[in-house]
Design a protein around this ligand. Structure first.
Ligand SMILES: NC(=O)c1ccc[n+]([C@@H]2O[C@H](COP(=O)([O-])OP(=O)(O)OC[C@H]3O[C@@H](n4cnc5c(N)ncnc54)[C@H](OP(=O)(O)O)[C@@H]3O)[C@@H](O)[C@H]2O)c1
Length: 358
């Protein structure tokens, strides 16, 4: 392993994910020489803490990346599209949290417990999958390795923090309006959710919105298509059948997922529990007799993915159901990114890209 110490930049440091990235870096095994915090001109000049040091947030520009070894991007797809190539040109390795580069054939899409080997092919940019995909991969990869997976049908119950700091504020304000001021949820005025970029907005307080991100031409949303396409790429299996319904609920942090799979080989539930228990990053929480199962409130602040309610489908021979919960801001974003950086270091892959493809 390299003895180098790194300068790490966080782009989007003032955001919901950026704040967690700073926390994850503070606790990281990565040898860090210096941390640079970048955002837009709106936050430039604000002071944030890293290990009790005051660090002034800088505006992101094309010149921001001189001397940076690792750049963690979490400031939206257009910011990654514009600045990530400049970071690579300056000699940094980029770990990008946005969807912009995920399906690019030159970009490994990585959940370290599942496909760390893909990092070896990196050409300067590595993509962190969508939050809802990451936790599903942690739950399903041990089952895929042991028994194969034919198809996946997933329904998500996603936290509002997945839509950023403004969505958290909108939810909290709406809950206050209903509970403190007696406003009927139907009369709440929404400006962000279900998707900040869309035409119509609906209240999230006391509601469930079956739309995350905007709709695509096939009537699935982008979030649903991310789960489908990213699963095939991460598992290197174009034939695996995946369909998703993504729903936003008024929970602040931690996504929950009801996942149905059909395995290729018959598998006893006890054997499925055993492989999950032994998989890194996965925690089995499954004891119906004690009413033990994963819950969003318990997952907040944890790096692991929690899996329970594992049971056989009563009609389909190889059908299995489960409930999967993880902190979308940690394993779903900040921790997976920092973990990728740690893995790059362990594999001695933090290096300048000589032949530029971006
Ligand atoms: N939240 C999640 O669970 C999650 C999970 C996986 C991936 N992601 C992805 O991560 C990204 C950030 O999400 P978030 O939830 O942290 O959003 P957020 O809370 O809205 O934060 C956005 C961040 O981006 C910065 N930013 C905006 N425009 C910029 C620009 N032109 N140049 C530089 N920085 C700019 C903002 O800085 P200012 O303070 O200056 O505005 C802020 O730091 C998104 O692409 C999102 O899809 C989020």
């Amino acid at each position: 392993m390299s003895e180098r110490k790194y300068t790490v930049a966080v782009v989007g440091a003032s955001g919901a994910v950026g704040a967690r990235m700073i926390k994850m870096l503070e606790a990281s095994s990565l040898p860090i020489k210096a941390v640079r915090l970048l955002a837009s001109s709106r936050s430039a000049g604000n002071v944030l803490k890293y290990k009790n040091q005051d660090i002034t947030v800088e505006e992101t520009t094309e010149e921001s990346f001189a001397g940076v070894d690792i750049a963690l991007f979490s400031a939206g797809g257009s910011v990654s599209a514009k600045y990530a190539p400049h970071a690579v040109k300056a000699g940094a390795v980029v770990v990008d949290n946005t969807s912009h580069f995920r399906m690019n054939e030159n970009v490994p899409l990585v959940v370290p417990e599942v496909n760390a080997a893909a990092l070896k092919e990196h050409k300067g940019i590595i993509a962190c999958p969508n939050c809802s995909t990451i936790q599903m991969m942690i739950a399903l990869e041990p089952i895929r390795q042991a028994f194969g997976i034919e198809r996946i049908i997933v329904s998500t119950y996603q936290a509002v923090s997945g839509a950023g700091a403004r969505a958290i504020a909108e939810t909290e304000n709406q809950l206050r309006e209903v509970l403190n001021d007696g406003v009927n949820p139907k009369d709440l005025v929404a400006e962000i959710l279900p998707s900040a970029g869309d035409v119509r907005h609906y209240p999230i307080a006391f509601n469930a919105l079956p739309q995350i991100d905007v709709f695509t031409d096939n009537d699935y949303t982008y979030e649903e298509m991310k789960m489908t396409n990213e699963t095939k790429k991460i598992m290197s299996d174009e034939a695996i059948k995946v369909t998703a319904t993504c729903v936003r609920i008024p929970v602040l942090s931690a996504h929950s997922e009801s996942i149905y799979i059909e395995t290729k080989e018959a598998a006893e539930i006890a054997a499925i529990k055993e492989v999950i228990k032994n998989f890194p990053g996965a925690v089995l929480e499954d004891n119906p007799a004690m009413q033990t199962y994963p819950q969003a409130v318990n997952a907040v602040g944890k790096k692991e993915t929690f899996i329970g309610r594992i049971r056989k489908d009563l009609d389909v021979p190889n059908g299995v159901h489960m409930w999967v919960v993880s902190d979308n801001l940690l394993k779903g974003a900040a921790w997976n990114s920092v973990q990728i950086a740690e893995t790059l270091h362990e594999l001695d892959l933090v290096r300048k890209t000589e032949t530029l493809v971006f």
